[in-house]
Design a binder for this molecule. Structure first.
Ligand SMILES: *Cc1c(COP(=O)(O)O)cnc(C)c1O
Length: 471
């Protein structure tokens, strides 16, 4: 035993020896001396612990593959073939090229972020978007914060700190990731006053709850569920009138919201921000990276006097957005001035309106190369399927789409084989993420635009693991 150990130890090179080799010099060139020394030490340490031998060449090769692995970005691009266009866990909206360029310019350069070029005096961060947002929504005033959760938080904290916030029991939503309306209210310092029942809320429920201690009446878009059957809700316009009669602010949290009338593009109707303003809301809150198709952000638009109060809230500073996001938002919002070309320019909309027959044609084009990459253990076919918008817009409606359904060929461990396949697809240079449906892996092709990049990534598929799992 002892004897073997010392023999093995003698077969380990020194760190210096490895670093002086030609491959070591190349590695230092690429990753820097500190990182290479660290990786070489780690390789030698593990080899010693395993009582194995290693040549200098093997050591540097091992160290290099570790360095290459950790040099890969953690935030990896993936193919979103889940069928959910605005997938929160996959980063929601893709940004328009015009907006990407605007962000790059803003990143490279100093910008007049809070500097008025006309007067040479201090300017306001909100000035860059205020005009655009008012133009697109019909609101008097507007501001932007970190995301819509922040928008709701600061609105509640400004208008209902220590006061009542009235909301229907049918609208006490939970959005994924711990955004629960009652919890946000508590953190904002507002007292939640629930009115109505889960399925039915009447005008008199709201009217009866308004007192001198009411800070606001809140309407919340039920983004990710729908209550069907014996139901009643008070329309925004009616609720605004009830609140106005009692001199209380009515806030409409639209969640996704949209700046464009989606029916114009053949999609189902989702309330627009302009409609919510026209219906009399004093404030409307909505997201930047849902249907709007921009970066993460939250907008608050509405009455000037209320926005002045919000802007004075110290939370505003904690929730503000940086120059990059402002640049992306400005360029994205400007695209809405030309609705005729919005579909071509705004990726979110382009993907949402892609006709099922085009997607099906894409499926037929790639079926053969995909089948051959999958090998003989799996069978793929083109199928009709249903996409959804995601991120809490039109939760119940789906959009006709097409995709590839992949099933393991006859075998008893179909579940294992599918799990092995999805795992192998996640290890690709650009991982492919689909969804499991009817014992098949379904790749909804709605969001696949770069066919050749997809096939190039898929060609690296190694199903060795999948075969193991089937055994
Ligand atoms: C999505 C959503 C939010 C949260 O918006 P984020 O931009 O994700 O912070 C709040 N309210 C409603 C109704 C939503 O749909």
């Amino acid at each position: 035993m002892m004897k073997n150990d010392t023999t093995a130890l003698r077969k380990l090179p020194s760190v210096d020896e490895v670093m002086r080799s030609p491959a070591g010099a190349d590695a230092i060139d690429r990753f820097g001396r500190t990182a290479v020394v660290g990786a070489v030490r780690a390789v030698l340490g593990e080899t010693r612990a395993a009582r194995m031998a290693l040549s200098p060449d093997q050591t540097i090769a091992d160290a290099l593959s570790r360095l290459e692995m950790s040099a890969q970005p953690n935030l990896r691009p993936v193919f979103n073939l889940t069928g959910t266009v605005l997938h929160t866990n996959l980063g929601r909206a893709l940004i328009a090229e015009e907006a990407i360029e605007a962000a790059v310019t803003a990143m490279r350069s100093a910008v007049a972020l809070e500097f008025d070029l006309e007067s040479g005096k201090r300017g306001e961060r909100d000035d860059h978007l205020r005009g655009l947002l008012c133009e697109l929504t019909g609101a008097e005033d507007a501001t932007v914060v970190n995301n819509n959760a922040s928008a709701v938080l600061i609105v509640l904290n400004t208008l209902a700190l220590g006061r009542d916030a009235i909301v229907s029991r049918g609208e006490l939503i939970e959005i994924g990731g711990a955004f629960r309306m009652p919890d946000i209210m508590a953190r904002a310092g507002a007292k939640l006053v629930e009115v109505g029942t889960t399925n039915r809320t009447h005008p008199k429920d709201y009217a009866g709850a308004i007192t001198d201690g009411t800070g606001l009446v809140l309407k919340v878009h039920t983004s990710n569920y729908r209550i069907d059957g014996f139901t009643k809700e008070v329309p925004a316009r009616e609720l605004a009138a009830i609140a106005r009669a009692r001199n209380v602010a009515m806030v409409n949290d639209l969640g996704s919201g949209t700046l464009a009338d989606l029916t114009r593009f053949g999609l189902a109707h989702e309330p627009t921000v302009a409609e919510a303003i026209a219906d009399g809301a004093d404030l409307v809150t909505f997201s930047g990276d849902k249907l709007l198709g921009g970066p993460q952000a939250g907008f608050i638009v509405g009455r000037r006097d209320l926005l002045a109060q919000i802007n004075k809230n110290p939370m505003k500073r904690a929730l503000r957005v940086d120059k990059m996001r402002l640049a992306i938002l400005e360029a994205t919002l400007k695209l809405y001035r030309d609705p005729d070309r919005l579909v071509q320019r705004l990726p979110t909309l382009r993907l949402l309106v892609r006709p099922a027959k085009d997607i099906e044609a894409l499926g037929r084009r790639i079926l053969a190369p995909v089948s051959s990459a999958l090998g003989s253990s799996y069978a793929a076919e083109v199928v009709a399927c249903a996409s959804q918008i995601g991120s809490g817009a039109l939760p119940v409606e789906t959009i006709a789409s097409a995709g590839l359904a992949i099933r393991p060929k006859a075998g008893r461990h179909e579940g294992h084989a599918l799990a092995a396949l999805t795992a192998a697809l996640r290890t690709l240079p650009v991982p492919i993420i689909g969804r499991i449906e009817e014992q098949a892996l379904l790749l909804d092709l709605r969001c696949l635009e770069d066919e050749s990049a997809f096939l190039a990534s898929l060609s690296k598929l190694d199903l060795a693991g999948a075969k193991d799992a089937r055994a």
